[in-house]
Design a protein around this ligand. Structure first.
Ligand SMILES: NC(=O)c1ccc[n+]([C@@H]2O[C@H](COP(=O)([O-])OP(=O)(O)OC[C@H]3O[C@@H](n4cnc5c(N)ncnc54)[C@H](OP(=O)(O)O)[C@@H]3O)[C@@H](O)[C@H]2O)c1
Length: 202
C-alpha cells in the first residue's frame, strides 16, 4: 500500500512510520521536512498536499495539538486552538481526502483516552478527543465506496511521562510502538468506525 502519514516526524509518527514501512510505502508529511509539507490547520495547505501526493491507499494522522490547562484558566483561544488544530485539522484531512484515497482505502486518526479517562487540566483535550470519536463513528457510515475510518485512542506515552507524570498519577504509560500497532490494525484490517484504545495496565 501507499500510505500518507501526517505527523511522521513526531514521537508517535516515528513509531507508526517504523511499523508501516516494513510492508508499505510511507509518504511522510508535516510542517517541516518529510516528503511533502502540510499544515493541517490550513485547508489550502491540505489541498496542496493532496495535489502533490496524488492517490494513496491510506491516510494516517499522528499530529494534533491540544491545550492542557486548568478549566478555570482556559480562555476562548485555548479552546479554539485545539478545535482548529487536532479536531478540524484531522476532519479536513478526511473531508478533502475522500477523493484522493482509493475506493477500498482507509483513514486513521489520533484521539486520546482523555474523553473517557480525564485528569484535572484535560477539559479542552477531552472535548476534542470526544468529538473525534463521534466523528469517526458517524463518518464511517457515510464514506464513499468502501473507504474505512478508525481512530487510535492512547493513554499517555512512556516518553511523555518524565514531563507530565504529575498530571497522570499512577500512569505507567504506553510505548509509542504499542500505539503504532493500532495503526497497523486500522490500515491493514477490515474494520471501520472503530476507536482502538491503547491503555496501560496498573
Ligand atoms: N504524547 C502523549 O503522551 C500522547 C498521548 C495520547 C495521545 N497523544 C496524541 O498523539 C499525537 C502525537 O503526539 P506526539 O507526542 O507524537 O507529538 P509530537 O512528537 O509533537 O509530533 C507531532 C508531529 O506532528 C507534526 N505537526 C505538528 N503540527 C502540525 C500541523 N499543524 N500540521 C502538520 N503536521 C503537524 C510535527 O511535525 P512539524 O512540527 O514538522 O509539523 C510532528 O511530526 C497528538 O495528537 C497527541 O495529542 C499523545
Amino acid at each position: 500500500m501507499r500510505i500518507l502519514l501526517v505527523g511522521a516526524s513526531g514521537t508517535l509518527g516515528t513509531a507508526v512510520r517504523g511499523a508501516l514501512s516494513r510492508r508499505h510505502e510511507v509518504v511522510a508529511a508535516s510542517r517541516n521536512g518529510g516528503d511533502v509539507t502540510v499544515d493541517i490547520t490550513d485547508p489550502q495547505s491540505i489541498t496542496a498536499m493532496y495535489q502533490t501526493v496524488g492517490t494513496v491507499d491510506a491516510v494516517a494522522c499522528a499530529a494534533g495539538t491540544v491545550t492542557l490547562k486548568p478549566f478555570a484558566e482556559l480562555d476562548r483561544e485555548d479552546l479554539e486552538a485545539g478545535i482548529r488544530h487536532k479536531l478540524l485539522g484531522q476532519v479536513e484531512l478526511v473531508r478533502q481526502g475522500v477523493s484522493h484515497v482509493s475506493a477500498t482505502g482507509s483513514f486513521t486518526l489520533i484521539t486520546s483516552v482523555l474523553s473517557h479517562d480525564p485528569v484535572p487540566g484535560s477539559t479542552a483535550a477531552a472535548l476534542v478527543s470526544g468529538a473525534l470519536k463521534a466523528f469517526v463513528v458517524a463518518a464511517a457510515i457515510e464514506l464513499p465506496h468502501r473507504q474505512r475510518i478508525n481512530a487510535v485512542s492512547p493513554s499517555v506515552f512512556t516518553t511523555s511521562l518524565p514531563r507530565t507524570a504529575a498530571l497522570f498519577p499512577g500512569a505507567k504509560g504506553v510505548l509509542p510502538e504499542q500505539v503504532a500497532q493500532a495503526y497497523v490494525k486500522s490500515v491493514e484490517g477490515a474494520q471501520t468506525g472503530q476507536v482502538y484504545r491503547v491503555e496501560e495496565q496498573f
